[in-house]
Every structure is written in structure tokens, then in C-alpha cells.
Write a protein that binds this ligand. Sequence first.
Ligand code: 26Q
Length: 807
Amino acid sequence: MASEPVPVSAASSEFDAHIVKVLRHRVGKDERAAKQHDWYNAAIFALRDSIIDRWIESTRRTYDASGKRVYYLSMEFLIGRLLRDALSNMGMTREMEAALTAHGLDLSTLEELEPDAALGNGGLGRLAACFMESLATLDIPAYGYGIRYVNGMFRQRIDDGWQVELPETWLAHGNPWEFERLESTYDIGFGGEVVADGDAVVWNPAEHVEATAIDTPVVGWQGKRVNTLRLWTASPIDPLKLDAFNAGDHFGALAEQVRADSLVRVLYPADSSAAGQELRLRQEFFFTAASVQDIVRRHVQYEGDIRTLHEKAAIQLNDTHPSVAVAELMRLLVDIHGLEFNEAWELTKKTIGYTNHTLLPEALESWPLPLFERLLPRHMQIIYAINSRVLREARKAGCTDAQIASISLIDESGERRVRMANLAFVGAHSINGVAALHTELMKETVFADLHKLYPDRINNKTNGVTPRRWLQQCNPGLTGLIRESIGDGFLDDTAKLADLNALAHDAVLGEKVAAVKRANKAALADYIKKTMGIRLDPDAMFDVQIKRIHEYKRQLLNLIETVALYDQIRSHPERDWVPRVKIFGGKAASSYHNAKLIIKLTNDIARRINSDPSVGGLLKVVFVPNYNVSYAERIIPAADLSEQISTAGMEASGTGNMKFALNGALTIGTLDGANVEIKEHVGDENIFIFGLTAEEVAAARADGYKPREVIAGSRELGQALQAIASGVFSPDDPTRYEGLINGIYESDWFMCAADFDAYAATQRQVDVRWNDQKAWNSCAIRNIANVGWFSSDRTIGEYAREIWNVL
Ligand code: 26Q
């Protein structure tokens, strides 16, 4: 970090004068002494002042109109950096640049000082961040509710090719975006017992912690509205037990502090398998209870009557992580506000909506009943009461015993467990999937019986991404070119990108799009050279797979094909191969052995291929360390080819797929998640689809799929697998990948072998298209023109009209 004082010069504008004043009075430095970090803080504080005015005005407007508010409850918000986003949405980027230039400072340098707010794992957390921005953009009064983790997503280091996890200390230099609201503090209880008090029921928790709100403003496009992201932090009610301390028990005296700290200490770094630890359930209840109490408190304070809650509040559950909200809201309505159970139940359902993000059985949350009962005894009673109601309805509707067992909130098949997805389903009036295919599969698989019982509840809301961050801010070159071509309308409404269709065959525009891409690739190549010491050729095809590492996402399929291609290039050096750079990035859950092995394999393959002179620059492989939101903002604008190759039926939606297409990359992908809808929008000729469909995958599994037979029928595949398994890429430990590859021979649950030939053949079609640059450019334009529908503004508009009844 630069520590040189920055040269002094005179203030050149009103805004500049404001920054200098802030530097002096809030940061406590004058221009002579100020370091880069002081200017960074001053710039944000100065910008913040304008944001606060809009924030207060937005809040007032909602109160005055007594408007309905949306409450988005999410364990994760993967926000990334805020400075560029806030400046751009406030329309103050130029002003800021000018003010900083007057002091010899560079905005992009200051932007790099901001740590990523990585309070999320991947897709689900990033979706929540895009949604917050679109809610503000559409002028919908909304609060995001979550946890202010002290350590968000871990930082990934690669040591000798292996992932090493390090804590990320994003708060080390303070956080200029946040506002602590000590007045918004709630007592959250755990454990204890439930006693009868006349007709009423009283829960006496054994433990208490305080939840305190810390707010961050969320600026919508053009600063129309500023909403609130409210994250909870925890503190002990009695931080230091003085009697214990005085009695000499210094550690015991601090136990409460430690217990509170642990609730907000870390984000669980798993994104696809339920961790199942007690601390996770405590975190879920902590932030959910604080949020629901805050919502109910606000409603009663302003409306007086709890019975109108559903008219003024829509609570959306981002997956099942906050589904204890169903029981907590029931508890507040019945135990605290004295409603009858039936009335409370109707009110709860009208208020709550639930979004499902996964069908993977191992990711469906359920808690051992004894644990749940010990931690939340009153909620357990309420869940039993809800269950008996629901099962009565099921009986009346004529459900079979098997159907009743699958609808029940309690899984009785082994040790008894509370099913959080069933709880969320029965407690919500709307249950939505995140892409059309995913929603259909929800109806046919996990929720089949619940869907039969409540056929009006499941609906689809295909995901979207915010075009401000994922086009305007990350790709100013392309944004400028689109403005020159079709005007500014698309900035307010991405549907207008469709005007580019008229220019899809304009060779001049095609070349300009390619020139922007070339510049973005050169910038990425520079960055990779600087940070990793690897030289990439910006004229090669940048073929990119960046996402969490998971077997269902099939980074392994990409790697096997890479090895096969390497083989081919060496065997047939005379052919005119398309030069490719294969870029991989992503984190593995700490406990996910095979995911970590896939990272190591990527690095082993990279080392071997990159140092082999016989491929002569035709093939390079890079694994970029610590992939995060900021890295995505560099890579996506520089990608030619977007890898979206999950086993069909397993990726609920995907959102990276949308970001790449919006930035003019072509997709190679399976008919999975939102790829299906992307294909419908861009047209079959402008996307490379391959592989089994979800239905075919299910059929193959049911019919006793035999990967060995498939491998025997594909020489290329067999050779690549043998090379990896026999240690060609791991001479230091030749058996390193034996188990991994054996898994493909033995079961191949994710169908890598089944899809290999189709994938490899499709990659060769990609080469053919690349060799016709005019055709490639025209496809890129078609992609940009036709993915405007995947804006999160469209998605949020649908939630607003069809689920929340706002707008
Ligand atoms: C649950 C219990 C205990 C510990 C961790 C978890 C946990 C945490 C995060 C389970 C799942 C997640 C995250 C899931 C996720 O990111 N899903 C993705 O959501 C995206 C937005 O809808 C989709 O686009 C992706 O397809 C989906 O994989």
C-alpha cells in the first residue's frame, strides 16, 4: 500500500472542497499529511453525505405513504466493493475523478484499496446483492437482513497447487459504509424452558445475546432510492460478569463475550452441503429472530395493528437458512401479540415467501430434533402444532401414508430431524424456483407431494443480474460502444439492447466489439502477468470457467477435455489449432476433498502444459487464486467463451452464465438451469449446447448407467483418463488422482464420461466459429442484444407484482 504523502494543490470545485473538508474534520488529516488511505476514506465520506440525503428522503417517503416494504432475509450478501457502484449510480464518477485528479490522485487506484465485502459463498449471496440494487432501482422500499460476519468468505492461497484457506479481515481498516444503530437492539434467547402462565405460554430462555443493527445504504440506479442493508452483530447482555471476575475466574467472566462473538465470527464456507453444526443453527436463529422482531416492531409502531402485517410487509426467505422465521413469527403473533393460532397462521402465510435454490439432497437443511428442541423449545412446540395442522389437511385431501411421510415437517426415516424446506413451504404463500427448468423439477422431485397438496404455491422467477455492476461498471468500453450504436436507452431498460439486433451483421460494429474485447483481454493479461507472473496472449481465445468448485459443475470435464486437446495438439502439430487460454477460478469448501483435489489437478495440468514447448503457445492453463466479485469484474469482460457445463438437472439457475453473455462471450453449455432460457433468448445458432438433458440423465441413472462401457467406446476419453490416473501430471505422487478418476470408471454420478464426446466435438465447433471472426463477432452481438431479459430489474419486477404485491 502506498504510503507517500500526495502532493498538495488547490481545491478545484465545490465537491473537491468538500472532500478536503472531510479529510480535515472527519479523517483528521490535512492534505500534506494525508496518505492514499486517508484520501480513500475522505472520498467515501464525502460521497456518503450525498447518499445519506437520498437515504433519509427515501425512508421518509415510505413512512409518509405508509407503503408496503419488502424484507429480504438472507444468510449471505456477496456485495463486493461499493465505491464504484455508489459513484456510478449517484452519477458522481466524473466529479469524483476530477476532484481527485486535482490532488494528483487516481480514482481507480483508490478503488483498489476497498476490500471486497464477501459475506457470501457464491451464487445465492451474489443474487441477494443484485436484488438489493434492483429493489432500490425500481424504487421499492426494501430492507435486506443478514449477518455482519467479521470474517466473510476465506481468502484462497494456492501453495504448491493446493488450496490454503486464510481468514479475510475485511474490517481491519474500519468500514466507512456502515452505520451502527444502537437503538435497534433486540434480545435473542436460546435454550431454557417453556412454562404455562394461565392461558398463555412463556418461554424462559437460558441464554441471551443482544442483536444490534448495522446499516449500509444501497443506492439504486440514478440514486432514485436508497434502501437499507441491515446486518446484525452480537454482543453479550452482560459482557463481563463482575462477580466471576472478582472471584478470580477471569476466563469464565468473558465466556458470554466469546459466545456472542462466535455467532457473527465466520460465514460457513460451504455452498452445497448442509453443515449441520449447532453454531450454524444458532446463527440462523440469531439473525432471523432479530429481523422478524425488527419487522414486527416497525409495523406495530407505525400501523398500530399487528393484524395488517401482510398489507405492509412482505418477507422473502432466501433459501431455507432463515426458515425458522415461520416459527418465530408465529411465536410473536401468538405468545406476544395474543392472536389465535389460526389467525396467526393465516397471517404468517400471507406475509412469507420462500425461494428455493437447490435440489441437491445433501444441501437440503434438516436439524436433529433433540438439538432443535434443546436450542428452541418453544419453536419446536409451534412446529409440532403446524405439522399436525398440515398433516390433518393432507389426510383430508386423501394423501397416502408415503405422501404424508414426505410432507411431514419431521423426517422419521432415521434419527428424527426437522425439515427446514418443508417448514418454509407450508409457512409461505409462494414458493419459487430460480429458473424454469429448476421450478419444474421442484414440482416433480423434492416438493412433489407438497405441490399436490398446495398446487397454487410453486412459481418460477428466473434469476437475473444487475446490468449496472455487470455491464456498465465492469465494462465501460463495451458500454460506451453500445451507447454510440443505439443510444442511452438501454441504461434504463436492458430490453432496449435488442436494438443491437439490427446491427448484428454490421462488420464494422463487429470489429469494434472485438477491439473492446481485445483491450479487456490485454488488461486481464497484464494483471495476471503482474500478480502471477504468467504471460497470456490476448489474441488467443480466452475460455473461462469461474465459479465455486463442485463436482456437479464439472470443472473435471473441462480438465479432461483440456488433457485430450493437449494430446491432440502434440500428436498433430501440423493442424491449424485455435490458440486457447483456459482460465479457471473458484473456491472449494474447506471440507470438500474432491473439490480441493480438482484445484490441485488444475494446477498440475497447468504446470505441465505451460512448460511444454511442443504446444508452442497454442494452449495455456491458468488457475487464478482467490476468485471473488472483484476478480469476476476483471475476468468476465475479457472472456470469449463461457463454460456452463453442469450435469443437466443439477444447477438450479446459474447467474455467471448471464453475466458472460451480457459482456459478449459465447456460451458452451448443457441444457441446465437458466442456460435453457439463455438459449431461447439468443437463438440456437448463437450458443453451443451439448450433452444429455435432465430427463436423459435421470433415465441413464435409472437404467443402470455403465461408465466403463462409455469409456471403452471413446479412445480420446480413455487416454485422457489414463494419463491423469497414471500420474502423467503428478510425477511427484503418481497415485494422487487414482481415486478421483476411479470414481468416473466406477459410478460417474456427474456423467463426465457420458457427456465427454459431445463436449469435445462441440469445442471443435467453437474452434470453427472462432476461425470465422466475422461470424464470431456477429454471435457476440446477438448475445449482448438478447440477454437484456436477464436483468435483475426484470426478476425483481416479477417478484414485486406476483409475490409481494408491491408495484
Ligand atoms: C446450508 C447449511 C449449512 C451450511 C451451508 C449451507 C448452504 C450455504 C450456501 C447451502 C447452500 C448455499 C448456497 C447455495 C447457492 O449458492 N445456490 C446457487 O444459487 C444461485 C442463485 O439462485 C443459483 O444461480 C445457483 O444455480 C445455485 O447453485
